[in-house]
Design a protein. Sequence first.
Length: 488
Amino acid sequence: MKVREPLISELSSPGRRGVRFPEPDVPTTPLPKGLARADLPLPEVSEVDVVRHYTRLSHFNHAVDINFYPLGSCTMKYNPKINEALARLPGFTEIHPFQPPETVQGALRLMYELQEALKKITGFAACSLQPAAGAHGELTGVHMIWAYHHDRGDTARTKILVPDSAHGTNPASSAMSGFKVVEIPSDDRGNIDLEALKAECDETVAGLMLTNPNTLGLFEEHLLEVVELVHSVGGLVYGDGANLNALLGIARPGDLGFDVMHLNLHKTFSTPHGGGGPGSGPVVCAPHMADYLPGPIVVETEPATDEMPPMYGFEFPKKSIGRVKSFYGHFGVMVKAFAYIAMLGEYGLRQVAEDAVLNANYLRVRLQDAYRIPYNRICKHEFVAEGRWKDAPGVRALDIAKRIMDFGFHPPTNYFPLIVHEALMIEPTETESKETLDAFADAMLQIAEEAHTNPEILRTAPHNTPFGRVDEVKAAKELILKWQDAQS
Ligand SMILES: *Cc1c(COP(=O)(O)O)cnc(C)c1O
């Protein structure tokens, strides 16, 4: 039997307190009528009660600093702590966006060098650090596609093609930009279906949004042909570069013919995410799209001399779609991503990709006899298995996801991508050791065994977590979004 955790209201004892405010050294005035509630049932607790309460709550959560977090498509790699220390340097935290550029040259140089690094890594000609996240980068990129066509008087292009394996943000970004979304099916090897693509390629195509490797973790086998097809009818190819983990230092989307792409600094480049905190979704593009990038962009305003380093300032591209974010984007995230890139260098980044791919394939092969993997070929940074068996009809992917928590692991992404039934999408990342991968694989194999011998243990899981199985329907229908006093 688990001991029920006390609510903080139950720890309350009248008159107990954690802080004592100093006597005011100015005259006091009562608060205006109606502003203060007399009946606010705040718990009365000591400092140690508060510390223990929040520390206990923090243990209810899973984090990559606690254990393995194979949440496919999310790239939950370890976030080096030195990034945090660097982002906290007073020279970075104590500057203000309204300061004149000559007083913040260090910060501008960091942004400039990050732009340059991202261009070099992806093979593109230009970069804007403005967007706040991946979805925001997509919206920005699709707006740029719209601006590119309209600027040329090419206004009949009304549709964007999106493969059925795409992340939901792709059709959302296209629709929010006013385009009609046309879904393209995948073929039986997990590639975009070339015949279906051909059938939709006409002069109304504004662009194709392509994720490569796609959300099945597979490299698009006919990529050059796909790009060529879309270009041949005057469309542009958008790359969803949220996960670049498999390509770093190996292949550059700019060289492969993509026109515009966003990157997630908070996935590939190790800045923390998952708690809803700030992300960063820079957009990179080919020369013909550079004029449409959102500004401001950091540029060199004066070259270096023998005595002086170069000077940096801001510029708006000539036909910019404008600002997409207040000020200069999420600067703290940029510091962390830059630290990561600078620390690894070219060879280190390539090693990231090689290890990420090796780890994903290692797990894929260890699990392939126990779980059906519908598109089972060499994968890139992730793979997708089915969480169901014909001879264990009572068990679903959700049950497997819940049961894996009993082993101390975060569940894989489930029910995405939509083209795999009962999908379990597993992305180990490069930062995990063979021992961790083996412990996870052993647990997954045990679960597959239990599905056949003791399905009840899966259906009632998790058993070892602070909370048991929640009623997901009730949780969605009866949202409780604020603290409520237990008595009320
Ligand atoms: C995570 C992800 C996105 C969206 O990124 P956010 O920063 O969460 O908005 C888009 N596409 C793919 C393939 C992703 O994995």
